[in-house]
Structure formats: C-alpha cells, structure tokens
Design a protein around this ligand. Structure first.
Ligand code: AVJ
Length: 323
C-alpha cells in the first residue's frame, strides 16, 4: 500500500505508530499504547500480583517517608505536580500526610487520559473537599508549561513515580530530565521512582507471573489494534517472552509469533507478514543502579537529597533538588 501525505494525516497517532512499528525490522509497538480501558484494568491486576513487587515496595517507601518528605517542604506553600497520575492511588499516602501536617499546597495531576483525571478529581474531592485539585490533561511538558500560576511564585514538587522512567533507555531519560528541568526553578524538588537491579529471578517473575496477567496485558495491545484498527490478530498465536539483561538492567517484553502468518489491518489496508518465531518488541522496563541515577542527576543539574528505600532495597524513590 502507498500512503500519501493526505491519507496519513487522517490516521490517528495510534494507527500511524502501529503501522510504523509493525513495518520496522525488527517489529515493535510503543508501550504507551498498552493503556486503553482494558489495559488500565489489566495493569491494576498486575499491581495486585504476588510477583509484582514494585507497587508494594513504593507504597512501603511512601508510607515510611512521607513525613521526611514533608520536612523538606517546610511551611511555605508549594505545588505538588504528578506526572502520569493515573488513579493517583499511591499519591493518596502523600496527600494524606501533607494534609495531616497542615501543609499548604495545590495538587496538579498530569495525565493524557481526561477520563482518568475526572475520576481522580471526583475521588479526591469526596475524600478531601478542601484539597485544591487542578487536573492537567495532556503530555507532560505541554501541561507543565501551561499550568496556571499560583498568586505568588511557589516551589514545585514534581512526582514521577512507579518506575515509569523505566520505560525509557538511559539516554532517553537523560533527555527527559533535561526537558523537565527547563520547566523548573532552582530549589524545586523532584521525586522519581526507580526500580533497582536485583536478583534476575525476582525481576523476571514480576514480568512473567504464574497467573498470566502480564501475558494478557501484552496480548491486549494486539487486541486493541483489532478493536480500534480492525485487525485480525489471533493473540493466542503470540507467545509472551520477557528477558532480563543484567548489564543494562533492561527488562524486555517480546511477543513471538509462534507460526508463520499474515495479519490484516483494515484501517490501514495493510497485511503484516510474520515469519515463524518473529518477535515484536513490546516494552522496556529498565532497572537502575545508583551510579546510573547519580549520572542522570549530574547531567540534569539535579542534586540527590535522599534515596528513600524499602526494607528489601528493591526500589528507590529518589528525591532531587534543582541546583
Ligand atoms: C507502569 C511502566 C512501571 O514497566 O513495570 C508492568 C508496566 N509492564 N508489567 C513496568 C508493566 C508489565 C510497568 N510501568
């Protein structure tokens, strides 16, 4: 099929990105498209899995250290900005602590899903009617750039939790932090959740759970292409295959076509050929070490104030200050 510039502009970003990824060698799909309504639900299930330690570790850290974090903030009013807020469940621990200590702040959750933001605002206003919630819909940088200013300039605390940064390579997270720092001022704080390098068996189990939820989460990406682009993927012919690479800390997920097959995508009027055992690169979930985190900080002129960690030292929420 020949795509003219015109047909191209009529395609959604999802359609264009799917076409680009599935026409590439090797094939890939972008992990940001995991999260349609079904994907959101599957990710909720992942967070409950016995093998998926990340969420429990970060919950433990936030519970343990919310008070310490409040100490860094002091009495002055501040803006609590959360990148990729989602359902904001983990942040409730912080919101609760900050309010108990009568800190003066607004909560500005940023998310690409208007739906999830509306839901979050509703839940929070039912819980804490006095809390000022300013939802910001859109991509992180645009939202940050356009955020409504407070009456007087105030400090920002930006949250980027849950190891979302692990979806980027080290080079991409360097670029990300560089862009982020442009939106910040000296003295602003940044709390980032990093999953740490550890026993590969523990890491792999988190991405290869016995109940098969992570496999279903990956399959759902293909099913989303079926639903939204009229494709005919048979998910059961694709094998979920996670891998851990211990030098880079790259935890990769692939889907392998167990048979030679053709998949038709109606919205693109295109056939995608799969050789037997050909892979689609589905996701990167990078695991970090402290040397990498320090080098990221140095490059973005951020100073590490504290490494907050869980008992098992599986995960770290790192508090940075902009110099
Ligand atoms: C939401 C990106 C942090 O990489 O651990 C969970 C997504 N993928 N299981 C992660 C995910 C497979 C998750 N993040």
């Amino acid at each position: 099929m020949i795509l003219t510039a015109e047909t191209n502009t009529q395609l959604s970003a999802f359609a264009q990105d799917s076409l680009k990824g599935l026409s590439s060698q090797p094939k890939y799909l972008l992990s940001k498209y995991f999260y349609d309504a079904a994907g959101d639900r599957l990710f909720q299930d992942i967070m409950e899995l016995p093998e998926y330690y990340l969420t429990r570790c970060e919950d433990e850290i936030l519970r343990q250290y919310a008070g310490d974090l409040a100490q860094y903030l002091g009495e002055a009013p501040f803006d609590l900005i959360e990148l990729g807020a989602g359902d904001g469940l983990k942040t409730r621990i912080l919101l609760e602590q900050f309010q108990n200590q009568a800190l003066h702040f607004r909560y500005l959750p940023v998310d690409i899903s208007a739906n999830i933001l509306a839901h979050l605002q509703e839940t929070l206003s039912a819980l804490w009617p006095d809390l000022t919630v300013v939802p910001l819909e859109g991509d992180y940088f645009t939202a940050l750039h356009q955020m409504p200013a407070a009456e007087t300039p105030r400090r920002k605390l930006v949250l980027f939790l849950g190891s979302t940064i692990g979806n980027m390579t080290l080079a991409d997270s360097r670029a990300f932090l560089q862009r982020l720092r442009v939106e910040l001022s000296p003295g602003d704080l940044l709390l980032v959740g990093f999953d740490l390098k550890k026993d590969p068996d523990i890491i792999l189990a988190a991405y290869n759970d016995a109940a098969g939820v992570t496999s279903a989460f990956n399959h759902n990406h293909l099913l989303r292409i079926n639903r939204e682009l009229g494709a005919n993927f048979d998910a059961q012919t694709f094998l979920h295959w996670p891998l851990y690479q211990p030098t880079t800390g790259h935890t990769k997920s692939y889907l392998l076509s167990t048979i030679a097959q053709k998949v038709y995508i109606k919205a693109l009027d295109v056939n995608i050929d799969f050789a037997a055992w050909e892979a689609i690169d589905m996701e990167l979930s990078k695991k970090f070490d402290f040397a990498e985190i320090e080098s990221l900080a140095a490059d973005a002129q951020l100073k590490v104030l504290t490494y907050f960690q869980d008992q098992k030292q599986y995960f770290s929420d790192v508090l940075f200050v902009l110099e």
